[in-house]
Design a protein around this ligand. Sequence first.
Ligand SMILES: [Cu+2]
Length: 198
Amino acid sequence: MKRFNLKPGLALLVAASCMGSSATGAAADDDDDTRKAIAYIQGCTDPNISGIAMLSERKSSEGIKVIDVMVKVKGMTPGKHAVHIHEAGVCEPCGDALGHFDPGPNSNSNPDGNHPFHMGDLINIDVKKNGTGVMRTRTSRVTLSPGPLSVFDGDGSAFIIHDFEDTYCPDGVVGGCAGGSRAACGIIEPLPDDSSDD
Ligand SMILES: [Cu+2]
């Protein structure tokens, strides 16, 4: 009985071809499984604050869009700061990013109301004593690809980092429970495919 050492090489070949690892890059129409976006973050009033947010969309094993989110900042006050995707891609002034991204028939973008149930709600970034912080999280509440939850809707979307911690509003609508005033903002922009290298 030598069943198990029969064709490991063939199995590898089949796996490789199923993953579309063709050297020609001849893409099928649905070869857009991974999309990326970026936001360059700047302080709303404090020029010392800067950072970057990266979003990478992929399909889960069951075909649901999942976005990996990474946010990096420097120049911020130490401690936790709320981070959300807000509903308009405008940062000057930060207030023009409007409320929390929450499309759909039952939309309620009020930052403190309906929190943390907006589609754009994320988690706090923890800023260290030296003013730098990195936050990584994952969401399936929004997409980069077209559709009803796409951050690239008519008016775009923006990251907002708040002055204070997101408490996730356990007591309902309490002013500032979602992080209060706005410290920094970055407009979300689509990134071209990795393959473009001019
Ligand atoms: Cu916010």
